[in-house]
Design a protein around this ligand. Structure first.
Ligand SMILES: Nc1ncnc2c1ncn2[C@@H]1O[C@H](COP(=O)(O)OP(=O)(O)OP(=O)(O)O)[C@@H](O)[C@H]1O
Ligand SMILES: [Mg+2]
Length: 305
């Protein structure tokens, strides 16, 4: 559907994308996970044909993507990170303008507008001006505005930043449904929970480079440990936890120990030793490591500041 081949993009001396290669298959829900300044929006603008790479190639559905190639550009929709709506116009007027930009009109456009407003629970606010909308409502309208022309590929650049949980869930449900119906989605975020929940494949991006690429399970196998065991720091656990450093990595934060056993260290030994130390099993919580751990492992930094 979309291919990037060794794409590099510079803003004067700053290299925002550094030799990025990526292949997005039809029907994928692909997550682009990275911190501020990683290059996510730059990648989105190249994928949308709004900018050209300094070197490398961006190919869309087997054709070169360029400003002149309108057919290619009509097969995609971009939900920009900054809300792009006319705030002094109503929801319906906004959608009409976006539809007309793609050459739509008449009854067909009206039907699409009705469906779009309905699909994100904004039908009853169709005649309200956008500046009276909450952040979440604006995000939902921004989202459907990019879908009126029924693109096959949707580029969503951090579409849930700064919104309430209800709007966020509405956007998740909407995107998951559209993806099930066949829409290919590239979704950038710096929330690992979003990437974990939504995306069948995730690329971790930092300083303009894709550091790792795969399904959540594949990314987790890059870690040198499998499970994390969390338990409270108490006088009873002190001696026991002191012995653990020999068998893996132990961090203690906010009164909680987090132990990442070295591969091959059997959990049965862990629990037997704990029992001998008189620690109740119910104090232990086994957690699957998260994408945050993968990011930390790859970069030495936390995803969020
Ligand atoms: N128009 C521009 N001119 C100069 N530098 C830019 C421009 N756009 C982005 N950059 C720089 O390029 C790098 C990548 O920026 P980009 O916006 O792609 O990151 P991002 O991952 O989208 O970040 P965020 O999560 O903050 O949106 C950053 O260092 C940024 O400062
Ligand atoms: Mg961005």
């Amino acid at each position: 559907m979309l291919t990037l081949r060794s794409v590099t993009k510079r803003y004067s001396t700053l290299t925002a994308l550094d030799g990025v290669s990526l292949d997005i298959a039809p029907g994928e829900f692909f997550g682009l996970l990275g911190p501020n300044g990683a290059g996510k929006s730059t990648l989105m603008s190249l994928a949308a044909g709004l900018r050209s790479p300094d070197s490398g190639e961006v190919l869309l559905a087997d054709g070169a993507l360029s400003k002149a190639n309108l057919t290619a550009r009509h097969t995609l929709g971009l939900v920009p990170q900054t809300i792009a709506l006319y705030t002094d116009l109503t929801a319906e007027q906004n959608l009409r303008i976006f539809g007309q930009l793609y050459g739509l009109g008449g009854r067909d456009l009206q039907t699409r507008i009705d469906e779009a407003l309905e699909s994100v629970q904004l039908a009853d606010r169709r005649h309200s001006v956008v500046q009276t909308f909450s952040g979440g409502m604006q995000r939902r309208l921004n989202l459907v505005a990019s879908l009126l022309h029924r693109p096959k590929l949707l580029l969503c650049d951090e579409p849930t930043v700064g919104i309430d949980p209800q709007s966020r869930n509405a956007i998740f449900d909407f995107l998951e449904k559209r993806n099930r119906e066949g829409l290919t989605i590239i979704y950038s975020t710096h929330y690992m929970e979003e990437a974990e929940r939504l995306c069948s494949r995730i690329g971790i991006i930092d300083h303009g480079k894709i550091l790792a690429l795969g399904s959540l399970d594949e990314l987790l196998t890059q870690l040198p440990f499998e499970d994390e065991i969390v338990f409270p720091e108490t006088p009873v656990t002190a001696t026991f936890s002191a012995q653990l450093s020999a068998h893996g990595q132990l961090d203690t934060v906010d009164g909680r120990h987090r132990f990442r056993p070295r591969p091959g260290y059997p959990l049965s030994v862990f629990f037997a030793t704990a029992e001998q130390s008189g620690i109740a099993t119910r104090l232990f919580e086994i957690q699957r490591p998260s994408l945050e751990a993968v990011f930390l492992h790859l970069t030495g930094r936390k995803l969020r500041d």
